[in-house]
Ligand binder design. Structure first.
Ligand SMILES: Cc1ncc(C[n+]2csc(CCOP(=O)(O)OP(=O)(O)O)c2C)c(N)n1
Ligand SMILES: CC(=O)[C@@H](O)[C@H](O)COP(=O)(O)O
Ligand SMILES: [Mg+2]
Length: 629
């Protein structure tokens, strides 16, 4: 497979491309040179912005060919996951904004309907393209319209159940739909499971059409074709463009990172990158002040697993992202990468737990959403002790709202029998891994964020935490900040800010959203004028559980003012973490303001009858002084 062009043409060509229409005027040689320029441009841009590099480099020729042949946006082009959409964005009128990629107010790193008519369907979670494409094709037919629907799906994404559900439906539907399987024999890490073997057999022509999975699903199978060879690719696409019959699957073989040596040699490391030096491939490394939560989790799990051979680890195609690759290095036989298959991962874990094993399912909060029914039906209902290690809980920065871990607190903590913890720092995470390892009574989850820890002193070993008990970090008299998770550090900062104003603050690390530490909460309500819950999760989570508890026990009636700080009821767009916390109003300044304003408004409405046994006099005097001013 080569990326060179046979004949020279006048360049530059990319500068002439304002929309895909411009490609339709180019000959084969020009398209080849355009692809070379597009590769260079993609490389330069991502070297400055960071982002998903390898997958985008792998589809350069395919993107050029698609836009040369199909008539987007009249033809619908859907990119699965869409982490490979950068060349598509460059060719569809967004080249001048590419340096804003994944930044605040900039272009999304994924396709996004609101961004461009050339992005008919947003994505970022995988394996949705064929289902969505079939929806578009069905609507087209029902409305009596024309136009093609083209779904480009990677071999990794093809391994998910949802892709098979869609093929099962589409193959039988007979509807005109083009699926392009972009087979680079890689997911983020190496592909797993049986599908790669089948694809390899097809690539090597060892598999006859009769045994071909896609053909048997009702698709007209075409290929395999070299996805870097425009001379082969374009005629095939033209044929599909002309051919107006049922579902077709074109098998395109590509190399992840194609045309950039470092990315070809280490496809996993160049899947998603920091800014890097194009000449050396060396990525910018921001010096870490503390180990990442992911690494702390993995090392803690390895320690637990040394002492208990029933502990096994499961990842759904995110071995490096979740740290399960570290576990795998220590315990290869006790590690299971099930592919992009979160639903299966959870029920697989349930089966393991039902057989007496101690499965740790390490899944990003956002991807665990996929497995919600499995969590309820297969795990919670049967009270199986599956351990959920929920990484990327909270805001994640550049990947934006598709990847934010916003909902896990609320989607887990209302399930009967579930124990739900959040680590406030990396030392706590070690204890939570130990707690989960020792907890056989039912399902248990612990959440922790993307990025590095706080730099606390690490315990020599994890200790089991008392289930459903929080811990008091600082004692005060007027306001209680009840934090669930890593916003604890900002609660402590808020305490310092409020101290400057003479407001005395208790800070508590709740540790558990379920079971709630009701005794501690009662104490806080009894002894403070104001309670503020703080969490990095959507409304309806920890704060709602606290409120629910207090209201139902009549503990709110005229006693203590309560505020809940959560993520806002919006999808927060990509930005730096700091900007996202600002937008979410979850910084120390915002926490302090919520406490301050809460006290003030409670006073105005006469709600506060007491301000804590010890602090009552102090608060009353202070408020009078404030009134006098
Ligand atoms: C439901 C879900 N789980 C996990 C991921 C994380 N993820 C993003 S890309 C990717 C690998 C995709 O592989 P493939 O489809 O073959 O595309 P390639 O990067 O090889 O081009 C994974 C696991 C995701 N986006 N969605
Ligand atoms: C596209 C995708 O889903 C992943 O590649 C994701 O961007 C990884 O995010 P982390 O960098 O947080 O592991
Ligand atoms: Mg792949």
């Amino acid at each position: 497979m080569g990326l060179s062009c046979a004949n020279d043409v006048a360049t530059p060509l990319l500068d002439q491309v304002k929309s895909p229409d411009d490609l339709k005027r180019m000959g084969q040689d020009e398209l080849c040179h355009l692809a070379r320029e597009l590769r260079g441009e993609t490389l330069r841009i991502v070297s400055e912005t960071g982002g998903h590099l390898g997958s985008s480099l792998g589809v350069i020729e395919l993107t050029v060919a698609l836009h040369a042949v199909f008539d987007a946006p009249r033809d619908t082009i859907i990119w699965d996951v869409s982490h490979q959409c950068y060349p598509h964005k460059i060719l569809t009128g967004r080249r001048d904004r590419m340096r804003s990629l994944r930044k605040r107010n900039g272009l999304s790193g994924f396709t996004r309907r609101m961004e461009s008519a050339f992005d008919p369907f947003g994505a970022a979670h995988s394996s949705t393209s064929i289902s969505a494409g079939l929806g578009f094709a069905t609507a087209r037919d029902l409305k009596g319209e024309d136009g093609h629907v083209v779904c480009i799906i990677g071999d990794g994404a093809m391994s998910a159940g949802m892709a098979f559900e869609a093929m099962n439906n589409a193959g039988k539907s007979g509807r005109r739909l083009i699926v392009i399987l972009n087979d680079n024999d890689m997911s983020i890490s190496a592909s797993t499971g049986a599908l790669p073997g089948h694809l390899a057999a097809i690539r090597d022509r060892a598999q006859t059409l009769a045994g071909n999975l896609f053909q048997n699903f009702g698709f007209d199978y075409r290929g395999p074709v070299d996805g870097h060879d425009l001379d082969a690719l374009i005629p095939l696409l033209r044929e599909l463009h002309t051919n107006k019959t049922g579902p077709v699957l074109l098998h395109v073989v590509t190399r992840k990172g194609a045309g950039y040596d470092p990315a070809e040699q280490a496809a996993d490391k160049y899947h998603g990158v920091n800014p890097f030096d194009v000449t050396t491939g060396v990525q910018v490394k921001v010096p870490a002040k503390a180990p990442s939560y992911t690494k702390v989790f993995a090392d803690a799990l390895i320690n637990e697993a040394k002492a208990d051979d029933r502990i096994v680890a499961i990842t759904a195609a995110m071995a490096s992202g979740t740290g399960i690759d570290r576990f795998e290095a220590a315990f290869p036989d006790r590690t299971f990468d099930v592919g992009i298959a979160e639903q299966h991962a959870v029920t697989f874990a349930a089966g393991l737990a039902a057989s007496g094993m101690k499965p740790f399912c390490a899944i990003y909060s956002t991807f665990l959403q996929r497995a919600y029914d499995q969590i309820i039906h297969d795990v919670a209902l049967q009270q199986l002790p599956v351990r959920f290690a929920i990484d990327r809980a909270g805001l994640v920065g550049a990947d934006g709202p598709t990847h934010a871990g916003a909902f896990d607190i609320m989607y887990l903590a209302h399930l009967p029998g579930f124990t739900v913890m959040a680590a406030s720092d990396e030392a706590e995470l070690v204890h939570m891994v130990a707690t989960a390892a020792g907890h056989d009574e039912g399902p248990i989850a612990f959440r922790y964020p993307r990025g590095e820890g706080t730099g606390v002193t690490m315990p020599a070993k994890g200790e089991m935490l008392p289930i459903g008990r929080g811990r008091i970090i600082e004692l005060g008299t007027q306001v209680a900040l009840l934090s669930f998770g890593t916003r604890l550090a900002d609660c402590l900062k808020a305490r310092r800010l409020l101290a400057l104003e003479g407001i005395s603050v208790t800070v508590v690390d709740a540790r558990f959203a379920k079971p709630l530490d009701t005794a501690l909460i009662a104490d806080l309500v009894d002894n403070h004028a104001m309670l503020v819950t703080v969490e990095e999760g959507a409304t309806g989570g920890f704060g709602a559980l606290v409120l629910h508890h207090l209201a139902n026990r009549g503990m709110l009636d005229g006693r203590c003012a309560v505020r809940t700080l959560t993520l806002p009821d919006t999808f927060i767009a990509q930005a730096s973490s700091d900007d996202m916390y600002e937008e979410a109003k979850l910084t120390a300044r915002h926490i302090a303001a919520a406490a301050r304003n809460g006290i003030a408004s409670s006073r105005v409405h006469g709600d506060i009858r007491r301000s804590g046994r010890a602090g009552q006099q102090e608060l009353t005097t202070r408020l009078h002084r404030a009134e006098d001013r």
